[in-house]
Design a protein around this ligand. Structure first.
Ligand SMILES: Cc1cc2nc3c(=O)[nH]c(=O)nc-3n(C[C@H](O)[C@H](O)[C@H](O)COP(=O)(O)OP(=O)(O)OC[C@H]3O[C@@H](n4cnc5c(N)ncnc54)[C@H](O)[C@@H]3O)c2cc1C
Length: 510
């Protein structure tokens, strides 16, 4: 007998996304967090386009668009001189296939607050002050021991408990990588007097140091960030407002700018780590528990949100006995390569931007930053970090014919006529919810919808689409079927109704 289907350890962005995914599928779960209160730190302040699509599916994207901002010029200084104003977030407009083309800036605590509100609507909540102290597992359950002495029996346990994950440790999952003993960042949330509140600021110096102040939308605060190298002032010191103020003035020459009212003061080291495995039996890890990123990469939180989105529907099927255990193996097989590739890219970006090596510094100052003033280049950067091109083409869950949109690709949006009401609609409206969606282009197969409905009920929605923008976007001729997974990736592309039915059968235990 178990107490819950799934125990989620950690109520950060990853745990909250997973909880929403499970809640809307009727899975029983608990979310525990060791912290006595919800944190109030800006940390991951950039929500990438693909995460916005996840939030669209969860029904909260408008809350993010209303709360955050997609327009924030970055004012770059070299050796205390203003050299460029970069509009990294401007210039990208919604397209029929990409409704949310730019990063939205929002402090992480506000992201978590929106997700907690959605979770509450779905009937869940985070239980604070409960620390996982240990766990053991058998063939049919996981037994979690909390520091309070409470014991929770669950069918599955997911560690969304951050970089220092106790779950990862207890499950014996190795976490190799690089943790720099020497390179640190001082980070914090402070209020600032003396700078216009309409942009963010970065100061680079010839001695390769940097300081940044990023305005945090919807708050009075700015995120302060500063690199500290061995031997420099601040290297061995505890973070304090006085230290932040002193180093800021030294590096920028701006004695007219005053930092005050800090709500978070912290010190981080440069880290790149990736767990060898994301699963051990009935225990999974996701988010920072599975991969830790250099903070300037701006993708750590987003990658965790998308881990949870990948795992949620699979766990729900497993819990309901609707899927073979092998479906759960595809979580690691699909998500670990994504995390690995993100780490490779953000590690490289970080090395170039904050390098101490003369060649890198020259590259940054003479080539990268000037190039970043070009709209075409900034668009290219945005499309690289948007995570819209993440795909699972190599997954065993991606089968069928190649085409303009291939099995494993993100299923793009498109305007369409709603197949039932005839009203103007979007494919994302058809995808929204916990079900699979079968798009059937151009021809009706009599009895197919009824057959699938009898076998899979609410799990699948079948839509017949006449030629129009969706068929053009998907390059789908008459008679093409495109089966879209609950997490918005193409599962099957085929011209055979039987192939779709067979695919769905392989995902089911029945
Ligand atoms: C300054 C800074 C800037 C960043 N900028 C970005 C950015 O722009 N974009 C981006 O995508 N990412 C960014 N990141 C990274 C981002 O903050 C993390 O990737 C993100 O918080 C990971 O989310 P998570 O839910 O996996 O883990 P966390 O947010 O770390 O949450 C883990 C939770 O687990 C709880 N917990 C830990 N141990 C236990 C236990 N034993 N029992 C119970 N609960 C436990 C913790 O209290 C915590 O609430 C930044 C990070 C920093 C520090």
């Amino acid at each position: 007998m178990t107490d819950v289907d799934v125990l989620i350890v950690g109520g950060g962005p990853t745990g909250l996304t997973l909880a929403c995914e499970l809640a809307r599928r009727g899975v029983t779960f608990r979310v525990i967090d060791r912290s006595p209160e919800f944190h109030h730190q800006s940390r991951g302040k950039g929500i990438q386009p693909r995460s916005l699509e996840v939030f669209d599916d969860l029904g909260v994207v408008q809350n993010f668009l209303d709360a955050g901002t997609a327009e924030m010029p970055a004012r770059i200084h070299m050796d205390r001189r203003f050299v460029a104003e970069l509009h990294l977030l401007a210039g990208a407009h919604p397209r029929p296939d990409v409704p949310y083309p730019t990063l939205v800036l929002l402090p992480q605590w506000r992201t978590e607050r929106i997700l907690r509100a959605r979770l509450a609507e779905l009937g869940g909540h985070v239980e604070l002050g409960l620390r996982l102290a240990g766990l053991e597992q058998s063939d049919n359950q996981v037994v979690a021991h909390l520091a309070t002495g409470e014991v929770i029996h669950a069918s599955y346990l997911v560690g969304c408990d951050g970089g220092g994950s106790a779950v990862r440790e207890a499950a014996g999952l190795a976490f190799p990588g690089l943790v720099s003993e020497t390179e640190h960042y001082l980070l914090g949330d402070v209020e600032v007097d003396g700078l216009p509140r309409d942009g963010s600021y970065v100061w680079y110096a010839a001695d390769e140091s940097s300081v940044g102040l990023a305005l945090l939308p919807g708050t009075q605060s700015w995120q302060f960030g500063l690199t500290v190298r061995p031997g420099e002032e601040g290297a061995g010191q505890e973070p304090s407002l006085e230290l932040f103020q002193r180093l800021f003035a030294q590096r920028t020459g701006r004695t007219d700018v005053r930092l005050h009212n800090p709500t978070w003061l912290s010190r981080f080291s440069y880290k790149v780590r990736l767990a060898d495995h994301f699963r051990a039996g009935r225990v999974f890890i996701a988010g920072d528990a599975a991969h830790v990123h250099p903070i300037a990469g701006g993708l750590g939180m987003n990658t965790g949100i998308q881990d949870a989105y990948n795992l949620g529907w699979k766990l729900a099927r497993a819990v309901r006995g609707q899927a073979p255990d092998s479906l759960l193996d595809t979580y690691e097989r699909e998500r670990r390569p994504v995390a690995e590739s993100v780490l490779r890219t953000s590690g490289a970006g970080m090395t170039t931007l904050f390098s101490t090596k003369p060649l890198m510094t020259c590259l940054r100052d003479r080539i990268i930053l000037p190039l970043m003033r070009s709209t075409a280049v900034t668009k290219a950067i945005i499309s690289k970090t948007s995570q819209l091109s993440v795909n699972y083409r190599d997954s065993e869950l991606s089968v069928g014919d190649k085409g303009k949109v291939r099995p494993g690709d993100r299923a793009p949006d498109s305007p369409c006529r709603h197949p039932v009401t005839g009203e103007p609609s979007r494919l994302f409206d058809l995808f929204r919810g916990p079900h699979f969606t079968l798009l059937h282009f151009g021809a009706v197969v009599p009895g197919l919808a009824e057959r699938l409905d009898a076998l899979h009920g609410d799990d699948i929605r079948v839509h017949h689409l006449e030629p129009g923008p969706p068929s053009k976007r998907y390059g789908a001729g008459k008679g093409t079927f495109v089966l879209v997974r609950p997490d918005g990736y193409v599962a099957v592309r085929t011209r055979s109704a039987d192939a779709v039915a067979d695919y769905l059968r392989t995902l089911s235990v029945a």
